[in-house]
Each structure stands twice: as C-alpha cells, then as structure tokens.
Design a protein around this ligand. Structure first.
Ligand code: AMP
Length: 540
C-alpha cells in the first residue's frame, strides 16, 4: 500500500546523532590506568568517534564490513570505537582480554580482523597472540610510549577530520559489531549484531520495566565492554543521553564504591561476583561509603542469589534488578522487575520472584522444549529455553556446523533449562551446555577433560561446575587413574597450565575408582554434581 512511513534507518549513526545533538553537555568520565580521572562531554566525544571512523577508512584503507578488533578495558576510547567504527560502516569486534592467547589468535583470525585497537597496559597480552593473526595495523591506546610497530591512537585521530566521513545512510541490516562467545561446546563462536538489532535493543533496554535508563541517570557499567557489549549500555546511554562513567581496569570493590560516590552513580551493572565483593565491603565498613545516589544495581551473567538481593536491600537500601541474557541475544533477554502482579504478593514471595530471570523484553519471545516437545507454561515443566526476536542471532559467523543451535522454525536454542510460569516468568533450573561459568566468564569442561585425558597417568576425567561463594561456579575435576599409575592434583594442574588461562585450572581434583556413566556411555555429570558439590575441598 502507498502512503507508508519513511524507511528511516535504525542505525548506530542515528544513536550518535541523538547523543551529540541533544545532550552535548552531558559528561563521559573514565578512570585512567594511573587512577587519574578523564572527563569530557558528548560534544567532545562525537567528533572524535567520527575522526576515528574517517581515519580507519582514509588512512588505514578499511571499507564497509571490515572488522576492527578492540582489546580494551571500559573507557572513553573504547566507547569511541564502539560508536565510531560502525558509524564509518565497519564492524567493531570486541576481544575478551580474559581469554588464553591461543583462543584470541583463533577468534581474531576467524573473524578476519584487519586492525587491532588495544590498550597499552594490555600490550604484553597483545604481543602474546598478534603474531598468529592477520592484523594489518595495531593501534595503541593510552598514556606512555607507543609500542614498537604500533600507531598511536591520538595520532590516528589527528590524521582525519570529523567532516571527512562522507554523508550517507548506513543500511540498518548491515553488521555493526561482533563478539565471540565461549559459552558453547567446541571452538568459540561469533555473534554478529546488525545496526537495527543494536538500535532496537537500545530502545527496549531503556524502557521502564526493562532496564529503565533515562537522561537523568549516571550509568557505570562494571560489566566489561569486551564481553556481550557491556549489556548494550554504551549504545543505550548514548541514545538517551545518560552520563557515562567507565571504571577502566579498576574493578575492585573499593575503587568502584569510590566511583559511585564521587560521580553520584544512579545505575550500575555487573555479574554476581562483583556484587558479592561490594556487599562484603559494605558489610565490613557500613558507614564508610555513601551509596545513596544508586537507584538500581543490575545483576546478570549468572543467577543472582536471593540471599544477595535481600542483603543489599535490607542491610544497605540498595535495589537489585536481576536480568538474563546471552552474547547471542545482544545480550538482553529478560528482566525480573516485579509487575503489579508480583507487587501484590508477600515480601518473601516478591524476593523469590526477584531471584528468577523474569519476563522477556518486548520483541523478544520465549518458549521451552522438553523431550516430548514444547512444554506448557505451568511453572513446573522443564525444557530448554528457545528464543527469537529482533536482536537474537540467526546464525554464528562462518560456522555452518553449528546450524543445529537453531530449530527448524528459526528459534535459537539457549542451552538453559527453564520453567516458565503462566504469566511468562522464566526461572533457570539447569544448564544443558557442558560448561562452567566462573565470575561471569566461561570455562569449557570438555576442553579441560580432553587435556586431562592427554596426561599419561589419566584414564578418564570429567569436569563439573561446583558452587562457589565468590565466583558462583568453579571447575572440579574427577579423575580415574590408569591401573598402576599415580599422579597428584598439582601435577595435573601443571600439565594443564600451558594450555589454559590460569583461572581455568580446576581448584579441586578428586581421584575416584570409576566415573558414573549413562546408558550410552556419557559421564553422568548430574550424579557427580550431587556427589561433589557440597563436599569440602580436601584433596588439594
Ligand atoms: P554469555 O553469552 O557469556 O553472556 O552467557 C550467557 C549465559 O549465561 C546464559 O545462557 C546463561 O547460562 C547464563 N546467564 C546469564 N544471565 C543469567 C542469569 N541472570 N541467571 C542465570 N544464568 C544466567
């Protein structure tokens, strides 16, 4: 039919235009590696983001769709890359600085990254993997001497004018960003985000009842910009004109609490491990920190324990909002912000709901599938959560072998086992994927098992997640030795050490006679989890 609305492109440049035109005087504040504070405004930020885009194209020869990797903490230059790179038609690819060098090599190569923008304070990590990748240029960010062979970030920006970027409309269905997840079995997989996905995700996140972010907020994302887009806050905040505060490399409770107080932060977000640390500090020194400006602490990445939610609220008057999401969902999926239905319940019941994963955001649909097909929304039937929506991945980047992560009718299989209540409240009950999530980052059980079974004394090894007060989960290895062979936990850890990041190494190794198996010969990990979850670590 004619007479339709404009075909306005929902893209990152439109997010930048709004931030620049309407909120030029709003601040963006960063804690630098030397602990000093850097402050500037959206009016300063926007031309720099455009300079970066123009310089990448004109000076470094990049074109539409080319990948620009970042290896950075949360700071203003990373924000410039987040917004500037896609504004120039290229794709920001955030590299997770907690990964092992071999994984980074694989990821950067698989993504076809052409340029790497990296923090000077991360240069040793950078040098450990760039040799195996196809980067044409390394760009160094931050104070101090320029590393050999690298381009100085400020020099790159100075080489272009914001006006060098040609006026044109970027197709909302083109790629703007990408991020690899290790939250799958096998090799890491790349999720690619379109401009449209990011734009609609930002709008939905900002809504009341979702993450409720407005221009009046001061937002400090503790959640890293190198993992799941810092939950979209850099885009959402720029769209709504919120003041942004970046913690740089300082994620310890003292530094964060100081930043909250100094900048009068209203909204902050991170994984439970971060909040457990902050809770410990607030409990130990209740009168030391002024946290009165905070109206919402968003917790996600792993389940927020009910006891933690209650402790923050009852002891410190701090409100927690629990959210669930995935790298493959941009990442926001659902939020547990009580609706009028839950608010009518008893206080105890309300806390129970707040510890669930909540209801889906708009334009994001859910269902759950058990062995017999889709399960009813009755709060008791369990099934694997399947999702679809504007910002859900429809495939992984260049990984046709993973097509089975999507159903025949195009829903994404999350690997989370849930119950859904009649009114749509999701509660995660288990995980179908064979992984450990420690402090918000994934550890592959299968990779550790394979490496352990490569040790000459090991006949069989199963790695399971066991609950941990600080990290939520830690890996525990259950090992059967070959007849007559002997080994120790330390020896096995030494065997693993060269191949994995240090925090992947199992804290506990249990030597057993036999590992329980299913009828088809797979390790019965549920039985192992029951057996070892509650036992104290006595073997290390
Ligand atoms: P990632 O892609 O690394 O962000 O990991 C996504 C996965 O983290 C989900 O599939 C869940 O297994 C887990 N996860 C994220 N948020 C929560 C939450 N609020 N509660 C429980 N698990 C969560």
């Amino acid at each position: 039919m004619d007479g339709l609305n404009m075909d306005y492109q929902l893209n990152v440049p439109a997010i930048l235009r709004r931030g620049e035109q309407l909120f030029g005087d709003k601040e963006i504040v960063t804690r630098l590696p030397d602990r000093a504070w850097h402050r500037y405004t959206y009016a300063d930020f926007a031309p720099r983001a455009k300079r970066l885009a123009a310089a990448l194209r004109n000076e470094l020869g990049l074109g539409d769709g080319d990948r620009v990797a970042t290896l950075c903490w949360n700071h203003f230059q990373h924000l410039e890359a987040y917004i500037g790179v896609p504004t120039g038609g290229m794709v920001t690819h955030t590299l997770n600085l907690r990964l092992h060098a071999d994984d980074l090599t694989y990821i950067a190569t698989h993504a076809g990254d052409r340029v790497l923008i990296a923090d000077k304070v991360l240069w040793p990590l950078c040098e450990s993997f760039v040799g195996g990748c196809g980067f044409e240029h390394l760009v160094a960010v931050g104070e101090g001497p320029t590393p050999e062979g690298a381009i100085e970030y400020e020099d790159l920006l100075a080489s272009a004018e914001p006006t060098d970027l040609p006026e044109r409309e970027i197709d909302e269905r083109s790629a703007a960003a990408m991020c690899f997840t290790s939250g799958t079995t096998g090799l890491p997989k790349g999720a690619v985000y379109s401009h449209r996905a990011i734009a609609v995700h930002s709008l939905a996140s900002a809504m009341a009842g979702v993450l409720s972010v407005t221009e009046k907020d001061t937002v400090l994302p503790v959640v890293p910009m190198f993992h799941a887009n810092a939950w979209g806050f850099p885009f959402t905040c720029t769209l709504v004109g919120a003041k942004q505060v970046f913690p740089g490399p300082f994620l310890d409770p003292e530094s964060l609490l100081e930043a909250f107080e100094q900048e009068r932060v209203t909204v902050t977000a991170g994984v439970p491990t971060i909040w457990m640390g902050i809770l410990g500090e607030l409990d130990a020194n209740p009168d030391k920190h002024d946290v009165s400006s905070i109206r919402c602490m968003i917790v996600g990445g792993s389940a927020a324990p009910q006891a933690m939610i209650e402790a923050f609220e009852k002891r410190h008057g701090l409100r927690i909002t629990h959210a669930w999401g995935m790298t493959e969902t941009c990442p926001l999926g659902s939020v547990s912000d009580p609706t009028s239905r839950e608010l009518a319940l008893s206080e105890e019941e309300q806390y129970r709901y707040r510890a669930k994963q909540g209801i889906p955001a708009p334009f994001f649909e859910i269902r759950a599938r058990g062995a017999e097909g889709l399960v009813p929304w009755d709060g008791g039937s369990m099934g694997e959560l399947e999702v679809r929506g504007v910002w859900v991945s429809s495939a992984y980047h260049d990984a046709p072998e993973s097509a089975d992560r999507w159903t025949d009718d195009g829903w994404f299989k999350t690997g989370d086992v849930v119950t859904i209540e009649p009114h749509g409240y999701i509660e995660i009950q288990d995980r179908a994927k064979d992984l450990v999530k420690s402090g918000g980052e994934w550890i592959s059980s299968v990779a550790l098992e394979n490496a352990l079974m490569g040790h000459p004394a090991v006949a069989e090894a199963a790695v399971i997640a066991v609950p941990d007060a600080k990290w939520q989960e830690r890996p525990l290895a259950v090992v059967v030795l070959k007849p007559g062979a002997s080994s120790t936990a330390d020896e096995l850890r030494e065997h693993l050490a060269p191949h994995f990041a240090k925090w992947w190494l199992p804290d506990r190794v249990e030597f057993v006679e036999e590992i329980p198996k299913t009828a088809v010969g797979k390790f019965r990990k549920t039985a192992l989890r029951e057996q070892f979850a509650a036992q104290p670590a006595e073997t290390v």
